[in-house]
Design a protein around this ligand. Structure first.
Ligand code: MN
Length: 220
Protein backbone atom coordinates (compact mmCIF):
# COMPACT_ATOMS: atom_id res chain seq x y z
CA UNK A 1 0.00 0.00 0.00
CA UNK A 2 2.99 2.26 -0.57
CA UNK A 3 1.11 4.41 -3.05
CA UNK A 4 -1.89 5.05 -0.79
CA UNK A 5 -2.97 8.66 -0.55
CA UNK A 6 -4.35 10.33 2.55
CA UNK A 7 -6.80 13.17 1.95
CA UNK A 8 -7.51 15.49 4.86
CA UNK A 9 -10.44 17.92 4.63
CA UNK A 10 -10.93 21.08 6.70
CA UNK A 11 -14.07 22.45 8.38
CA UNK A 12 -17.10 21.44 6.26
CA UNK A 13 -19.79 22.92 8.55
CA UNK A 14 -22.64 21.29 6.68
CA UNK A 15 -21.51 22.41 3.21
CA UNK A 16 -22.51 19.19 1.43
CA UNK A 17 -22.43 20.43 -2.18
CA UNK A 18 -18.92 21.81 -1.81
CA UNK A 19 -17.80 18.59 -0.09
CA UNK A 20 -19.08 16.47 -2.96
CA UNK A 21 -17.39 18.73 -5.47
CA UNK A 22 -14.12 18.58 -3.54
CA UNK A 23 -14.22 14.76 -3.38
CA UNK A 24 -14.71 14.72 -7.16
CA UNK A 25 -11.94 17.19 -7.70
CA UNK A 26 -9.38 15.16 -5.71
CA UNK A 27 -10.72 12.03 -7.47
CA UNK A 28 -11.32 10.37 -4.13
CA UNK A 29 -11.43 6.57 -4.46
CA UNK A 30 -12.62 4.79 -1.33
CA UNK A 31 -10.74 1.61 -2.21
CA UNK A 32 -7.42 3.39 -2.54
CA UNK A 33 -7.47 6.58 -0.49
CA UNK A 34 -7.72 7.24 3.20
CA UNK A 35 -10.07 10.13 3.96
CA UNK A 36 -9.88 12.11 7.21
CA UNK A 37 -12.05 15.02 8.33
CA UNK A 38 -10.40 17.57 10.61
CA UNK A 39 -13.55 18.26 12.70
CA UNK A 40 -16.38 20.82 12.61
CA UNK A 41 -18.24 19.09 9.82
CA UNK A 42 -21.61 19.98 11.38
CA UNK A 43 -23.44 23.20 12.34
CA UNK A 44 -23.65 26.70 10.86
CA UNK A 45 -24.10 25.49 7.25
CA UNK A 46 -27.15 24.06 5.46
CA UNK A 47 -26.71 20.25 5.45
CA UNK A 48 -25.18 18.99 8.69
CA UNK A 49 -27.07 15.71 8.79
CA UNK A 50 -26.30 14.93 5.15
CA UNK A 51 -22.60 15.63 5.75
CA UNK A 52 -22.65 13.28 8.75
CA UNK A 53 -24.35 10.61 6.65
CA UNK A 54 -21.77 11.10 3.91
CA UNK A 55 -18.81 10.74 6.28
CA UNK A 56 -20.37 7.69 7.90
CA UNK A 57 -21.31 6.01 4.64
CA UNK A 58 -17.81 6.55 3.22
CA UNK A 59 -16.39 4.99 6.41
CA UNK A 60 -14.06 7.97 6.53
CA UNK A 61 -12.08 8.89 9.61
CA UNK A 62 -12.79 12.09 11.47
CA UNK A 63 -11.60 13.89 14.56
CA UNK A 64 -13.75 15.76 17.08
CA UNK A 65 -14.22 19.48 16.53
CA UNK A 66 -15.58 21.99 19.01
CA UNK A 67 -18.94 21.90 17.20
CA UNK A 68 -19.25 18.10 17.52
CA UNK A 69 -18.26 18.35 21.19
CA UNK A 70 -20.72 21.21 21.62
CA UNK A 71 -23.54 19.25 20.03
CA UNK A 72 -22.93 16.33 22.42
CA UNK A 73 -22.98 18.80 25.30
CA UNK A 74 -26.25 20.27 23.99
CA UNK A 75 -27.86 16.81 23.95
CA UNK A 76 -27.12 16.51 27.68
CA UNK A 77 -27.91 20.14 28.49
CA UNK A 78 -30.34 21.97 26.15
CA UNK A 79 -29.24 25.33 27.54
CA UNK A 80 -25.97 24.84 25.62
CA UNK A 81 -27.66 25.76 22.36
CA UNK A 82 -25.53 26.93 19.46
CA UNK A 83 -26.71 27.80 15.94
CA UNK A 84 -28.47 24.83 14.30
CA UNK A 85 -28.21 22.31 17.18
CA UNK A 86 -32.00 22.04 17.72
CA UNK A 87 -32.62 21.58 13.99
CA UNK A 88 -29.92 18.91 13.69
CA UNK A 89 -31.29 17.08 16.71
CA UNK A 90 -34.79 17.07 15.27
CA UNK A 91 -33.53 15.94 11.85
CA UNK A 92 -31.81 12.99 13.50
CA UNK A 93 -35.24 11.79 14.66
CA UNK A 94 -35.18 8.19 15.82
CA UNK A 95 -31.50 7.94 14.79
CA UNK A 96 -30.50 10.38 17.54
CA UNK A 97 -29.00 7.64 19.71
CA UNK A 98 -27.08 6.22 16.75
CA UNK A 99 -25.61 9.61 15.88
CA UNK A 100 -24.80 10.61 19.44
CA UNK A 101 -22.91 7.32 19.89
CA UNK A 102 -21.17 7.80 16.56
CA UNK A 103 -20.11 11.32 17.53
CA UNK A 104 -19.02 10.23 21.03
CA UNK A 105 -16.64 7.72 19.49
CA UNK A 106 -14.77 10.33 17.44
CA UNK A 107 -11.14 10.59 18.52
CA UNK A 108 -9.71 13.95 19.59
CA UNK A 109 -6.76 13.37 17.27
CA UNK A 110 -5.40 10.82 14.80
CA UNK A 111 -1.68 10.23 14.99
CA UNK A 112 0.30 8.28 12.42
CA UNK A 113 4.01 7.97 11.81
CA UNK A 114 3.96 10.78 9.26
CA UNK A 115 1.28 13.14 10.60
CA UNK A 116 -1.20 14.18 13.28
CA UNK A 117 -4.74 15.35 12.50
CA UNK A 118 -6.35 17.49 15.20
CA UNK A 119 -9.19 20.01 14.97
CA UNK A 120 -7.54 23.12 16.42
CA UNK A 121 -3.91 22.43 17.32
CA UNK A 122 -1.41 21.48 19.98
CA UNK A 123 0.05 23.23 23.01
CA UNK A 124 3.84 23.65 23.10
CA UNK A 125 5.74 20.58 24.27
CA UNK A 126 2.57 18.60 24.97
CA UNK A 127 1.90 15.32 23.23
CA UNK A 128 -1.68 15.07 21.94
CA UNK A 129 -2.60 12.23 24.33
CA UNK A 130 -1.69 14.40 27.35
CA UNK A 131 -3.50 17.49 26.05
CA UNK A 132 -7.03 18.47 27.12
CA UNK A 133 -10.00 18.18 24.76
CA UNK A 134 -10.52 21.91 25.21
CA UNK A 135 -7.07 22.75 23.85
CA UNK A 136 -7.16 20.17 21.05
CA UNK A 137 -10.52 21.45 19.78
CA UNK A 138 -10.21 25.20 20.46
CA UNK A 139 -6.60 26.46 20.53
CA UNK A 140 -5.58 29.25 18.19
CA UNK A 141 -2.98 31.10 20.24
CA UNK A 142 -0.87 30.26 23.26
CA UNK A 143 -0.65 32.46 26.36
CA UNK A 144 1.89 30.31 28.21
CA UNK A 145 -0.65 28.38 30.24
CA UNK A 146 -3.70 27.59 28.13
CA UNK A 147 -6.18 29.93 29.79
CA UNK A 148 -6.87 32.19 26.80
CA UNK A 149 -6.70 30.16 23.60
CA UNK A 150 -7.68 32.94 21.21
CA UNK A 151 -5.81 36.17 21.85
CA UNK A 152 -4.42 38.12 18.87
CA UNK A 153 -1.68 39.46 21.17
CA UNK A 154 -0.33 35.94 21.68
CA UNK A 155 1.59 33.84 19.16
CA UNK A 156 -0.24 31.28 17.03
CA UNK A 157 0.16 27.77 18.48
CA UNK A 158 1.92 26.60 15.30
CA UNK A 159 4.61 29.27 15.64
CA UNK A 160 5.57 27.55 18.90
CA UNK A 161 5.36 24.04 17.46
CA UNK A 162 8.84 22.81 16.56
CA UNK A 163 8.38 19.08 16.14
CA UNK A 164 9.06 17.97 12.56
CA UNK A 165 5.91 15.83 12.48
CA UNK A 166 3.26 17.39 10.23
CA UNK A 167 0.09 18.59 11.99
CA UNK A 168 -3.08 18.99 9.91
CA UNK A 169 -5.68 21.20 11.54
CA UNK A 170 -8.75 23.38 10.98
CA UNK A 171 -10.68 25.76 13.27
CA UNK A 172 -9.15 29.04 12.14
CA UNK A 173 -11.16 30.33 9.19
CA UNK A 174 -10.00 33.87 9.70
CA UNK A 175 -6.38 32.77 9.31
CA UNK A 176 -7.21 30.93 6.09
CA UNK A 177 -4.86 28.43 4.53
CA UNK A 178 -1.73 27.88 6.61
CA UNK A 179 1.09 26.09 4.83
CA UNK A 180 4.22 25.48 6.88
CA UNK A 181 6.86 22.73 6.95
CA UNK A 182 5.24 21.07 9.97
CA UNK A 183 1.68 22.45 10.06
CA UNK A 184 -1.07 22.83 7.47
CA UNK A 185 -4.25 24.74 8.38
CA UNK A 186 -7.25 23.69 6.31
CA UNK A 187 -10.14 25.85 7.53
CA UNK A 188 -10.63 28.27 4.68
CA UNK A 189 -14.10 29.44 5.67
CA UNK A 190 -16.39 27.60 3.25
CA UNK A 191 -19.45 28.33 5.39
CA UNK A 192 -18.50 32.03 5.30
CA UNK A 193 -18.58 31.99 1.49
CA UNK A 194 -14.87 31.33 0.93
CA UNK A 195 -13.42 27.88 0.14
CA UNK A 196 -13.42 24.25 1.21
CA UNK A 197 -9.90 22.84 1.28
CA UNK A 198 -8.28 19.41 1.17
CA UNK A 199 -4.63 18.45 1.36
CA UNK A 200 -3.44 15.28 -0.34
CA UNK A 201 -0.60 13.38 1.33
CA UNK A 202 2.16 12.46 0.91
CA UNK A 203 2.71 15.11 -1.76
CA UNK A 204 1.02 17.85 0.27
CA UNK A 205 -0.92 19.19 -2.70
CA UNK A 206 -3.80 21.55 -1.90
CA UNK A 207 -7.18 21.22 -3.55
CA UNK A 208 -9.94 23.82 -3.08
CA UNK A 209 -13.49 24.48 -4.20
CA UNK A 210 -15.27 27.82 -3.82
CA UNK A 211 -18.38 28.09 -1.63
CA UNK A 212 -21.69 28.25 -3.50
CA UNK A 213 -22.82 31.08 -1.26
CA UNK A 214 -22.27 32.86 2.03
CA UNK A 215 -24.11 30.65 4.52
CA UNK A 216 -23.10 32.64 7.57
CA UNK A 217 -21.53 36.00 8.37
CA UNK A 218 -18.37 35.48 10.47
CA UNK A 219 -18.39 36.75 14.07
CA UNK A 220 -15.75 39.31 14.79
MN1 MN B 1 -13.75 24.83 15.20
Amino acid sequence: MKSQRTIVIGDVHGCLEELEELLNQVQYASTKDRLIFAGDFINRGPCSLEVLEKIQSLRADAVMGNHELGFLKYLKDPSFVYDNFPLLKSQMGNRLLFWSHWLERLPLFIEEKEFIVVHAGLAPNQAPFETSADILTRIRTWDGQGTDLNNPEDPSWFELYHDPKLVLFGHWAKKGLVFRDNAIGLDTGCVYGKKLTAVVLPERSICQVPAKQIYEIPEE
